[in-house]
Design a protein around this ligand. Structure first.
Ligand code: MN
Length: 204
């Protein structure tokens, strides 16, 4: 079955004032839709057309040569944005801090929540051009790094838990060139419940 654009799980203006309504409309309805359409076009007629987007990305090396770049960019874009809408939410970050085992794991890996956010933001600010700044489960622990373009942590066998889109299309209308301001504000909309759910699932 071809990939489909999932509906945004909250209104377009739900993340105001940190992420503006117009950005959310264009980002979800146009950019994400284009990744879905182009991924489907690239996979059409291949053995991979009926596989999950996670399966496709985990096995990116097995995608036929003439399709691989298009799949990497667009299936990557689809998976990354599918996660992105869910790890954001209205309500000022639902308390602002992670709870339970995720909180302990972040403290263990990064020192404390503030240091973790600094690391994530720094990785996002220093990503030249377009990409993502990630918190991942690497199979044995938490790790933070950035990727270029729409490259997914799934391509290196990691499980993405939290990713912040640092493409200009994610922030330019409101923040213009001020990527650090966007990243600082972004933490007001993080949905820690969903990040914690992913963490539990990744650890198995
Ligand atoms: Mn994006």
């Amino acid at each position: 079955m071809p990939f489909e654009l999932p509906p945004l799980p909250y209104p377009y203006d739900a993340l105001e004032p940190h992420v503006d309504e117009q950005t959310m409309r264009v980002h979800h309805d146009k950019h994400h839709q284009a990744y879905v359409d182009n991924a489907n076009k690239a996979l059409d007629g291949t053995d991979w057309a009926d596989r999950s987007v996670e399966d496709v990305l985990r096995n990116i090396d097995q995608i036929p040569d003439d399709k691989r770049t298009a799949v990497r960019n667009n299936a990557g874009g689809h998976a990354n944005h599918e996660l992105f809408w869910l790890i954001m939410g209205p309500g000022g970050g639902r308390g602002g801090e992670p709870q339970g085992e995720l909180a302990s794991a972040i403290d263990d890996a990064f020192g404390d929540l503030g240091s973790f956010r600094d690391t994530m933001n720094q990785n996002g600010v220093t990503r030249f051009g377009s990409g993502w700044t990630w918190l991942v489960w690497n199979g044995s622990g938490l790790e933070a790094y950035s990727t270029a373009n729409q490259d997914s942590p799934l391509m290196q066998g990691h499980v993405p838990l939290l990713g912040i889109d640092v493409w200009e299309h994610a922030y330019y209308l409101k923040y213009q060139n001020r990527r650090p301001d966007y990243l600082a504000a972004w933490w007001n909309v993080v949905n820690w419940d969903e990040v914690a759910r992913r963490y539990e699932q990744a650890r198995g």
